[in-house]
Design a protein around this ligand. Structure first.
Ligand SMILES: [Cu+2]
Length: 231
């Protein structure tokens, strides 16, 4: 009880404004669908197991008047054994096919036409350093801890770190990606909604790691161009 209270307190104290299941990009949408699918399958298995558990416990309950029962284990039930052998395969296949497909889609959308951006996409260089984020746009303008993106356009990030390993994470827009010194990692997504989304470093990187946050503003293309000029 005490532990549950402590856990609840931690959640409340964390002032959590990170929204994971509130997708605002094509990539986040795919990831959210996967989360719901796996959660749905898990609940299905959980409910079936609980129903069988309650049924067996009540059916084979040892009431004091009856003689002690011994379980005979000499009968085979071929169909039952086949069912519980094949069923996990089916469940795993339902989970695996969309997961592999989504993984493939996301990876190929990052690696396609590497060099130069077309009118439909922009490239942003991200440099992580304890404890801030530097964003460099194609026209050379830079910003710190503030990322501004045009809605509807594909954004490609090239990420690297100046010191230790960080992790770039905007829960509403994409999954986490490691940011590694001396190496470039890539991430891409297409924001579908305007708004302000919290981003943060998701890899413990030092004393002020918790403060290594940034704000992502997804705005109209016009506003984006205006902002670029100002920077
Ligand atoms: Cu960090």
């Amino acid at each position: 009880m005490r532990k549950a209270g402590l856990f609840l307190m931690l959640i409340l104290l964390s002032g959590c404004n990170i929204r994971v299941l509130d997708p605002a990009s094509d990539t986040a949408e795919k990831l959210t669908d996967l989360i719901y699918l796996s959660f749905g399958l898990m609940m299905l298995v959980f409910i079936v197991v609980i129903i069988l558990f309650v049924r067996f416990v009540s059916k084979y309950r040892d009431n004091s008047e009856s003689k002690p029962r011994t379980i005979k284990d000499d009968k085979e039930n071929k169909w039952l054994e086949l069912t519980w052998t094949i069923l996990p395969f089916i469940l795993l296949a339902i989970l695996a096919v969309p997961t592999i497909k989504a993984t493939y889609d996301l990876t190929s959308s990052i690696s396609e036409n590497e060099e130069g951006s077309s009118g439909d996409e922009i490239i942003i260089d991200v440099e992580a350093q304890r404890f801030n984020w530097k964003f460099t746009y194609e026209n050379g303008s830079t910003s710190y801890d503030e990322l501004v993106l045009p809605v509807g356009k594909k954004v490609k990030f090239r990420l690297t770190s100046k010191d230790v390993i960080h992790s770039f994470w905007i829960p509403s827009l994409a999954g986490k990606i490691d940011v590694i010194p001396g190496k470039e990692t890539k991430l891409s997504f297409r924001p579908s909604d305007t708004g302000t989304f919290q981003g943060k470093c998701a890899e413990f990187c030092g004393a002020e790691h918790a403060l290594m946050r940034f704000e992502t503003r997804v705005v109209s293309n016009f506003e984006f161009q205006q902002w670029l000029k100002q920077e």
